[in-house]
Unconditional design. Structure first.
Length: 157
């Protein structure tokens, strides 16, 4: 009797595990191109620079050649890079170069912290302000496609 109950419990547990794994695979994951398209659609005209006081509130990689950077909870910028940026999508920390509390397009860089503790510089080609309210509204309409935001970053680079 006890062994029959145990077998049934094991079978039920195995079935639940299989169903859980199958459910995880049925929700489509947002691609980098889709994430970039969402942010690009809600980006304003290019600007030459933005104010930066040495800390990033959060950031979101948008593939290997763009990212969104939050300088305040209500202020974010789309940074298009001049080419591929190694380890951008897999790093846990970034920094920004700046001059006189400004990050300038075509001059400053995103510093990607690699696994070897080396900062890899990626040149900023273009800076555009983001309409955060519009992005959040779009994400609410389709939460399965919402990219992860506000990753931790290094402070004061």
């Amino acid at each position: 009797m006890v062994s029959t109950v145990r077998r049934r419990l094991r079978s039920a547990a195995a079935l639940l595990a299989v169903l859980a794994l199958a459910a995880c695979g049925t929700f489509p994951r947002t691609t980098d191109a889709e994430k970039y398209a969402l942010y690009d659609a809600h980006a304003g005209e290019a600007v030459n620079h933005f104010r930066y006081y040495g800390s990033i509130n959060g950031w979101t990689p948008l593939g290997d050649s763009a990212l969104a950077v939050w300088t305040r909870p209500s202020e974010a910028w789309l940074l298009d890079l001049s080419g591929r940026c190694q380890d951008l999508t897999s790093t846990s920390a970034i920094g920004l170069t700046s001059n006189m509390s400004r990050v300038n397009a075509r001059f400053d860089k995103v510093l990607v912290r690699s696994r070897a503790s080396v900062s890899i510089p990626c040149h900023i080609q273009q800076i555009r302000p983001l309409d955060i309210k519009a992005i959040r509204a779009a994400e609410k309409r389709n939460p399965a496609d919402a990219p992860a935001m506000d990753q931790a970053s290094d402070v004061g680079t």
